[in-house]
Ligand binder design. Sequence first.
Ligand code: FRU
Length: 480
Amino acid sequence: MSLELQKAQEYEAKNKNEIPEEEKPLFHVAPPIGWMNDPNGFSFYQGKVHLFYQYHPYSREWGPMHWGHSVSEDMIHWEQIPVALAPDMEYDKAGCFSGSAVEADGKHVLIYTGVTEDNRQNQCIAFGDGLNYEKGRKNPVITGDMLPEECSRIDFRDPKVWKNGDTYYLVAGNKNVQKKGQVVLFSSKNLEDWKFETILAENTTGTMGTMWECPDFFQLDGVHFLVCSPQNMKAQKYEFHSGNNSVFFAGEYNEETHEFHKEEAKSLDYGLDYYAPQTTELPDGRRILIAWMKSWDSCMIPDEQKWQGMTTIPRELRYINGHLYQNPVKELEKYRANSCCYANQLIEGEQQFEGIKGRTLDLTVEICGGDFKQFQIDLAHNDEYTTSFVYDSEKQTMEVDRTYCGVIRDVVCRRTWKLLEKQENLKLRFIIDKQSIELFINDGEQVASTVICTPIDADEILFNCQGSARVNVEKYDIVK
Ligand code: FRU
């Protein structure tokens, strides 16, 4: 083991106990100490789900990237295990950037971007047993020189690998000389010798960002999906916000020619904190998506907090009737306790329900019609703090507003998005885990993830209706 890796492992082992348990999310992955960003190497290996992540243990800010490591049997209860990769080689001295994992000949193989001190981004591999990883002797296995002329060698990162038949493929993020984001495709028979295949997709409209980070490519319910995180976008109506977005393109893929005909891009998440998603396929066939629940541009933590960043809840994906559905993995339901339900309640003005409160919750509110313009739900609420979700029945929009969640910096606090076609009932499922709120609308038709920074005793839930509405409320505490 290198000195750098040993130092990082010792540092995290020594310092993780400094962080009070109460500060940490109960069922989302967060770093033991320091900073985390993108999920990496999300994969099933030897009976467990592995999740690595971009990690800088030494401070709560981004720094030379390591790969932190957690494992789980059910994606809800996570066990933190020692940091897996440190920037300790000539070819990754400036960081082990994002990547993915695959099983090959019984080994767990990580593929990541090694960044050199002169800022070259090349793809590297490491072989392991689920706990210890050794970097490949042939690293880097893909260099920028293998790309066509018009591709950037500086921005070439985040390989996502998979196997089809006897061939490994990987997609990586890139941009072209016109500073438009694109995704490149490589193939290999042995994970060490790679061949450039094609530019799988690019920002042809010019509106989809200057660099595409963290691509993923997979089949789901008979359709192919390209997921990526474009940088530097201008806001577009209700669909995309300014800055870094995470989007997907559904499309048709020809496995022989590697042509991908993509449809229009759509947002993966309409909330305030969501980036760099990655998927994996489980042995039972489910395609699971997980992302970093934070925005590069906002800091939402109290000054004294010694860690920053967490992941979303893993989400099961389905594509049904031309629409992508995302729902929390069903394993979450095992952790439900203390159910409290109300059926067909009339809400006029402001109202609270006995027993409907808390900060680690699985809460579903179904609005079953009525006569109102706006319906508001306030979470993590008390006299001083609140985070509001406002449904506007005329505009058919939903808005999240965390202005009063306790934030003391000038960061984006409100986002509004358009709901899909009006349905008779509007079903809002909130997954609350202390400092995060994930909203799943109409059984996963749309999702919005948001981080808050609200003292934990602000645990009230308020309903407010201008007019009158009928609701069903179903609450479970999440208990581990
Ligand atoms: C995305 C990203 C990746 C890169 C990593 C560095 O959030 O910028 O493109 O590999 O973070 O930490």
